[in-house]
Ligand binder design. Structure first.
Ligand SMILES: O=C(O)CCC(=O)C(=O)O
Length: 172
């Protein structure tokens, strides 16, 4: 839910739990009884490879959180900035890395100041990995639309789109 309105995407959290409008916690419930699922080492390795390919070997990037979003064919994600992470991580330009699986989607990658132009629309296909960090870390971004039934047949009965968005919270 965002402000009482159901989101049109379904989300699962790894490493740290995030509730829109709140902050990261280690628990999935209000009562703080159920711990969030572990952030898998395989995702950390994948994100670090992407980081090195994009920004070179120097610099530090310690990913520790992922959001898995599932979009049905009508789902969208409005333009937003990712700003729940620690100021230190954001100030370093620590990247946000998104892996796409399933149906293709139109991803809008904007500027850091406003939700309006200039922005670029990029089609993300299954298997694509998108990295933004450095001076683009606070770029507004979102999913404008899905292209239904474009997922590779090899993914079997998966409907819609899954994205895995990996970040460094800087909170550990
Ligand atoms: O689904 C995507 O590719 C983007 C996800 C996203 O923007 C987010 O989780 O903040």
């Amino acid at each position: 839910m965002a402000g009482g309105t159901p989101l049109s995407i379904k989300s699962l959290y790894l490493g740290w739990n995030w509730r829109p409008g709140r902050h990261y916690t280690k628990f999935v419930d209000e009562q703080e009884q159920v711990s969030v699922r572990e952030f898998p080492a395989e995702l950390a390795q994948l994100a670090q490879r992407a980081y090195r390919r994009t920004f070179g070997a120097s610099g530090s990037f310690v990913p520790d959180a992922a959001i898995i979003n599932w979009y049905d064919e009508n789902a969208t994600l409005s333009l937003h900035q990712d700003k729940g992470e620690a100021n230190s991580a954001i100030a370093r330009g620590s990247p946000v890395i998104t892996v796409s699986l399933g149906d293709s989607a139109l991803f809008r990658f904007g500027n850091t100041a406003t939700r309006s132009k200039p922005y670029r629309d990029v089609t993300l296909e299954s298997g694509d990995l998108f990295v933004f960090g450095g001076p683009s870390r606070m770029a507004y971004h979102g999913i404008v639309k899905l292209y239904a039934r474009t997922a590779p047949p090899a993914l079997g009965p998966l409907r819609g789109r899954l994205s895995i968005t990996i970040r460094e919270t800087g909170l550990a």
